[in-house]
Ligand binder design. Structure first.
Ligand code: ATP
Ligand code: MG
Length: 569
């Protein structure tokens, strides 16, 4: 490709809101262009990268026996009603009506389409298993689209849906997809971990996320410092905590504790470790057609994990409970405890508190606390995993200290089980001739997010540093003086020769200054550049490696061979 004919507008300045390297460089280097909040155009360079990522994903999915198809991006509201998700999916689901007043959605994910696609067509266990995938546009009306391609509203996802005659076969496919994903992310040159995950709005019985470790990641990942245990903080567990500090000893009693409405105040007042206190976190839980105040109790020195809390309450969303909501529910902020809580108020207690004795908690009365409390005599279903695991807690598998790392989610695999097939009456005849709902799995990869992740993982202060496997070009041939006939003819011929080997070359034949050409090269970040300049008089050209920007002066006559050896192995 001749740069003089290539559409790749570059910019000195990044968009104001861009804070992350991937957002800044992909925009400045002309890979992508913003077209509205969370909406991006892929310019030719961006499209080339997308195609490369897509081809790796496709190659590995095909090798694993999955079959590619495409579902329509707009799907009918009726389909989403059949699964029960039309009303319960949050505001991320973009719903609209057509001219006939029928409901439609723009697909944020396609379980419904996949089930409808096979329903009534795959009818026997003999036709199973099958895994169908697409690489297609998704839309999620994210509350805060940000960080460029990392969290867009419109984005490209690879999503696969598998159908099985048994749970065991689903487990086998889940493992196969686990391996397939590992191969894909390895081929893309990424440092990733597969971690235990929360299944979120998609639901199901088990799921794993693939996380690329990156300081700018939005996800907190809990990793064991000794074994292979790793989990998203939303799903992380730990060995039950113990305290070295002795428990306070007191008869069960109510105490006057004026002005102690924080855990710190209470612990100081009684001179006990916060470990022996119970903290109440009051939230308002939002359901499809109602809302109510819910209280979550965790140890005084633990924090509530929001996703765990939301799952415990079975809510669509948890929001801040305003003073008015709290008062209306009959709760006393700052003095709320599980014993003697206002009747009718929904509450959950962290499961590590089950059976705890000698605890201190609010007495549900202003300025009073209970001491010597035993956390027993509650129904078993009140106890849920609610506390956020933190650095230094102990690994649930081996007991070694846990660490917290930042990650970016690039893939997510789920065992859906029969959730969607039952809801949508999609059945097959099993070996005994009985109708049974399909066992399903689903498997997503953020294809457009991966473009940004690649740059988060590999850049410097000047721009992108592409790994060759997804770089739009392998090398730039940079001609410095268009008036130097000898240089022009050398550059023209090495451009054609390299192209004839299948090497992807961007030939910078623009009538621009050296500085402009170099800074565009550094910004765009292809693996190599060949500089054809004054040195040619002495038979020399310069080979630049983008990683580290190292320069080698090489014989012009040997350049073709040297590049061939580097790029055609
Ligand atoms: P996140 O937790 O980051 O919001 P998610 O868990 O909602 O993602 P999934 O439903 O698991 O996402 O979707 C599969 C994949 O699609 C994710 O692993 C991620 O790589 C990608 N993805 C999800 N949301 C977005 C988005 N808003 N922009 C770009 N890619 C996304
Ligand atoms: Mg996910």
């Amino acid at each position: 490709m001749r740069f003089s004919k290539f559409y790749a507008p570059t910019f000195k300045e990044a968009p104001k809101e861009a804070s992350l390297p991937s957002h800044i460089f992909l925009t400045r280097a002309g890979f992508i262009e913003q077209n509205g909040a969370g909406l991006y155009n892929f310019l030719p360079l961006g499209q080339m990268v997308l195609d490369k990522i897509t081809s790796v994903v496709k190659d590995e999915m095909d090798s694993a026996g999955a079959q590619q198809l495409s579902f329509s991006v707009v799907t009918s509201g009726d389909l989403w009603r059949q699964s029960g998700r039309f009303d319960v999916f949050g505001k991320e689901l973009l719903r609209f009506k057509d001219r006939k007043e029928s409901d439609y959605v723009i697909s944020p994910t396609n379980e419904e389409s996949a089930v409808a696609c096979v329903r009534g067509k795959l009818t026997s266990y003999k036709q199973l298993p099958i895994n169908l995938y697409q690489i297609n546009t998704k839309f999620r009306d994210e509350a805060r689209p940000r960080f460029g391609l990392l969290r867009g509203r419109e984005f490209i996802m690879k999503d696969a849906y598998s159908f099985h005659a048994s749970e065991t076969d689903l487990d086998r496919e889940f493992e196969l997809m686990h391996e397939t994903y590992s191969r894909i992310f390895t081929r893309l040159g990424l440092d990733f971990r597969a971690v235990e995950a929360d299944s979120g709005a998609i639901g199901g019985s088990g799921s794993k996320e693939f996380m690329v470790l990156a300081n700018n990641g939005e996800d907190d990942i809990i990793c064991c410092s000794a074994c292979d245990y790793a989990a998203n903080i939303e799903a992380a567990s730990r060995a039950p905590r113990l305290s070295d500090i002795a428990a306070p000893e007191a008869e069960a009693a109510k105490f006057y504790t004026p002005g102690t409405n924080t855990i710190k105040d209470v612990a100081e007042f009684f001179r006990v470790d916060e470990f022996y206190t119970i903290k109440a976190v009051i939230k308002k839980a939002i359901y499809a057609d109602s809302e109510r105040v819910v209280v979550f109790f965790v140890r005084g020195d633990d924090e509530l994990q929001d996703v765990k809390a939301q799952n415990a309450a079975g809510a669509l969303e948890l929001v801040v409970a305003e003073a008015e909501d709290i008062a209306k529910a009959g709760l006393v902020a700052g003095y709320c405890g599980p014993v003697g809580l206002a009747s009718g108020v929904e509450f959950f207690i962290d499961r590590e508190l089950e059976g705890a004795t000698q605890m201190i908690c609010g007495a549900n009365e202003k300025d009073y606390h209970f001491v010597g409390v035993s956390v027993a005599s509650f129904n078993a279903d009140r106890f849920k995993d609610l506390a956020a695991v933190k650095a230094g807690d102990k690994c649930p598998k081996c007991g070694a200290p846990l660490e917290v790392k930042k990650g970016i989610e690039v893939g997510h695999i789920f065992k859906l089980g029969q959730k969607y097939s039952s809801a949508m009456s999609a059945t097959f005849l099993n070996e005994n001739g009985k109708a049974e709902a399909f066992y399903m799995g689903c498997y997503g990869i953020g294809v457009s997010r991966l473009m940004a992740v690649a740059i988060e993982a590999s850049h410097d202060e000047k721009g992108c540093i592409w790994q060759r496997q997804i770089s739009p070009f392998d090398i730039s041939v940079i001609l410095l003086n268009l008036k130097d006939d000898e240089a022009v003819s050398y550059a023209n011929s090495i451009y054609s020769e390299l192209k004839s080997l299948g090497i992807r070359v961007l030939y910078d034949d623009r009538d621009e200054r050296f500085g402009v050409k170099m800074s565009d090269y550094e910004l765009m970040g292809f693996p190599y550049a060949l500089l054809v300049g004054k040195g040619l008089k002495e038979g020399k050209v310069e080979l630049i490696s983008r990683k580290g920007l190292t320069k080698e002066s090489i014989e012009a006559s040997m350049a073709f061979e040297i590049i061939r050896q580097r790029l055609c192995v």
